[in-house]
Design a protein around this ligand. Structure first.
Ligand SMILES: [Zn+2]
Ligand SMILES: [Zn+2]
Ligand SMILES: [Zn+2]
Length: 258
């Protein structure tokens, strides 16, 4: 399948707590630089006919309003951590306007967690007052899948001991929430124009790459341009971005890639 012209918009590039972090007065959290204002991680993928987002983040509602998203064709999930799924309930707003179920694409582990956290949306609602998200579940584990005119290739990643999904769409790849990428997955990331890669902070973390580790992996993958995402408040954009190697930069909310 030939990929159509696709636009990618990074709706959120922050770690799980978001930046600024509640009650923190560090240099980044008090910064006026808009690149230091990071909502929770999500990316919007658009063609002329199809619009998909990866992860309904904790800031999903705000992201949909900020980017004037009046129509959404599907939500694809990387994994079940709360910063990536907690906007799930607000999917119902799209049910109201589209009069259709929202297709969601996720692996069985992520579905299991969403079902237990949002059990009311899966046949256990006590009372349907303001409505519940109505969804059409599509299980993805390892095979490529197509939404509208966009083809997704699954890139398996490890996030501590949790297997999570990365995605390649044409020459763009989105690999958040990871601290290990197997040789097999690395081989699927050859010839990229753009790579979005997890990079939390400088100090080690059990489930995320550090800046140094991300630089190593980015160099191995060799995309024409790499952007780091899932960035913690320890990283001030104007201080760290200029120190990164050529063709590697920190992403920021609202960054558009075409
Ligand atoms: Zn996360
Ligand atoms: Zn802070
Ligand atoms: Zn995670």
């Amino acid at each position: 399948m030939n990929q159509p012209k696709i636009k990618f918009t990074l709706l959120g590039t922050g770690t799980s707590s978001g930046v600024p972090t509640i009650s923190c007065k560090c240099d980044t959290c008090v910064s006026n630089d808009i690149r230091d204002k990071r909502l929770r991680c999500s990316v919007m993928i658009e063609t002329d006919t199809t619009r998909v987002i990866i992860d309904s983040s904790a800031d999903f509602r705000q992201q949909m309003l900020k980017y004037n998203v009046d129509k959404l064709d599907a939500v694809v999930y990387t994994h079940h951590h709360f910063d990536h799924i907690s906007g799930f309930d607000d999917i119902r707003a799209f049910n109201f306007t589209s009069k259709k179920q929202m297709p969601i694409y996720l692996n069985s582990k992520t579905l299991e967690s969403i079902k237990s956290i949002f059990s009311y949306a899966f046949g256990k609602a006590e009372q349907i007052g303001g409505g519940i998200p109505k969804i059409d579940v599509n299980i993805i584990e390892e095979d490529n899948f197509i939404i509208g005119d966009i083809e997704f290739e699954i890139i398996k990643l490890m996030h501590g001991n949790l297997p999570v999904l990365g995605f390649r769409i044409g020459n763009f790849a989105y690999c958040t929430d990871t601290n290990y990428i197997s040789e097999e997955s690395l081989s699927k990331l050859k010839g990229l124009d753009y790579l979005i890669l997890d990079s939390l902070r400088f100090t080690p973390h059990p489930t995320h790459f550090t800046i140094e580790e991300s630089i190593d992996i980015a160099k191995r993958i060799g995309a024409k341009q790499t952007y780091f995402t899932h960035i913690a408040h320890n990283i001030k954009h104007s201080v760290v971005d200029p120190t990164l190697p050529k063709n590697i930069n920190l992403a920021f909310d609202g960054l558009e890639i075409m």
